[in-house]
Write a protein of this length. Structure first.
Length: 150
């Protein structure tokens, strides 16, 4: 739980009551909601960092998370994340091409290797094709927000 930083740069103190309330809300929240919030954070951060090495790391992290949770989330969420990941991968390649080799402050020292399955971990299979849409398709948004249709 984060709160805004005060004028002096110090974080306001969180009371024990606020912490208990947050933990209660977290405990009652469906797992899919928490997963969607985590993915939203990593995907939005990756979008903000396109062209940098750390964007690639965040895209890979989101891919691994989605591969792991795919069986436990709705098809709509999986489809949204898959679409955004596809857009981010393409955007990353384009941004890397245009950025060249100009390091930015706080970027990773080297490009992360692609994720690989660890021994004993099942490799992810490709997702099933999305079901036909019921209505007219909308143009893709440049920013993904959980629960928002594309």
């Amino acid at each position: 739980m984060s709160e805004t930083t005060g004028a002096t740069g110090e974080q306001p103190q969180i009371t024990e009551e606020q912490l208990r309330e947050y933990l209660s809300q977290l405990r009652e929240a469906p797992a899919e909601q928490i997963v969607a919030e985590l993915l939203s954070s990593t995907l939005n951060a990756a979008q903000a960092k396109l062209g940098r090495r750390d964007a690639r790391l965040l895209i890979d992290l989101s891919t691994v998370m989605m591969d792991h949770v795919r069986r436990h989330v709705s098809g709509d969420l999986a489809t949204q994340v898959d679409n955004v990941l596809q857009q981010l991968r393409l955007g990353q390649v384009r941004a890397e091409e245009s950025a060249g080799d100009h390091p930015e402050p706080n970027d990773l020292a080297e490009a992360p290797p692609p994720p690989s399955a660890e021994p004993g971990v099942q490799e992810a299979t490709s997702p099933p094709p999305p079901p036909p849409s019921a209505g007219p398709s909308r143009p893709p948004s440049s920013l993904w927000v959980p629960g928002r249709d594309f």
